[in-house]
Ligand binder design. Structure first.
Ligand code: FES
Length: 319
């Protein structure tokens, strides 16, 4: 049956339809509820259940740990009310840029690595976001997919790196885009974003098109003159998929606080692991911020690995 959801922060009350999650109901009603993956993986929608009961759908234990559940925290994207509920969402929502829906035209598109397209679009008004957030792109034909910009907020053009999957509906539409084609952007969304409000050194781990948000984060940090230590590790099975290798290497040559290392996993020594490679550069991560971007399996294994090196400040962007 339908249940009432009260949001004290927004002074609003909405109805959750039968079987609908708190997040789905909030987004349907147009609330700017903080969220990321919408699949119980990233923890961006972690909220406090002040009153009532929910059924929690399957989710990653990394997004919501058992002690947090016992404290009354829930993942709004996985929580289906089974009674009327009162929910308090994370305070960070106030710091996020507003969500906009805007038109954009394609100004460039080309392949930058096998199966990876670089798409440059010019929005009808500047798009504000925090590096690491994502934007929904609606392609001609009405197909919508989420991508994190590789460029800087408010830039004239927004740059995306899009993995093209054989037979994928969105992939074929992206591969057919021409200069001048119109698309729609909506966002930004997600709070797996870098705010830089803590003075901690930053470790960034990227795989596949996760290199895009890491580029945005690192470029923004360096352009601001921030002098904290930044270490970027890019992982790929084949050299050809390290499509920002030269870019990061040249950036590191110009900025003494940036270290960059690329790792081709297929060529790794049989005794080496990502953990041993990172640990050989950084002995412990207790006071570091870590940002991980890439496919879900990569993010999960890297999260475990950095926790093992003492890190408790992890932002994850998985897709
Ligand atoms: S865990 Fe809910 S949005 Fe990612």
């Amino acid at each position: 049956m339908a249940h009432l959801i009260l949001f004290p922060q927004a002074a609003s009350a909405i109805i959750a339809l039968p079987g609908e999650t708190i997040l789905a109901a909030a987004l349907r009603e147009g609330l700017a509820y903080p969220h990321g993956c919408q699949r119980g993986r990233c923890g961006s929608c972690k909220s406090r259940l002040l009153q009532g009961k929910v059924e929690m759908l399957a989710h990653s234990p990394f997004a919501l740990e058992a002690p947090e559940r016992n404290e009354g925290l829930v993942l709004a994207c996985r929580a289906v009310p089974t009674s009327d509920v009162t929910v308090y969402w994370p305070d960070a929502v106030g710091a996020l840029p507003p969500v906009l829906a805007i038109d954009a035209i394609v100004v460039a598109r080309h392949e930058i690595a096998p199966q990876i397209q670089r798409l440059l679009v010019r929005p009808s008004q500047p798009l504000s976001f925090l590096p690491g957030q994502y934007v929904n792109i609606t392609l001609p034909g009405g197909v919508t997919r989420s991508y994190s910009p590789a460029s800087q907020p408010m830039a004239q053009d927004v740059e995306f790196h899009i993995r093209v999957v054989a037979g994928g509906q969105a992939s074929s539409l992206v591969a057919e885009l021409s200069i001048g084609d119109r698309i729609q952007l909506a966002g930004p969304f997600g709070d797996a974003c870098f705010r830089g409000d803590q003075d901690r050194p930053l470790l960034a781990l990227a795989a596949s098109t996760g290199q895009a948000p890491i580029k945005s984060i690192v470029d923004g940090l360096l352009a601001s003159g921030d002098q904290r230590a930044v270490r970027v590790f890019a992982f790929a099975r084949e050299t050809q998929h390290l499509y920002l290798d030269r870019y990061f290497a040249e950036l590191a040559a110009r900025h003494s606080n940036l270290g960059y290392r690329s790792i081709v996993t297929r060529a790794m020594h049989k005794d080496a692991t990502p953990q041993t490679l990172i640990a050989s550069c950084i002995s412990q991560l207790r006071n570091w911020s870590v940002h991980i971007a890439g496919p879900a399996g990569f993010v999960t294994s890297m999260s475990e690995m950095v926790r093992g090196l003492g890190c408790d400040d992890i932002l994850a962007d998985r897709f």
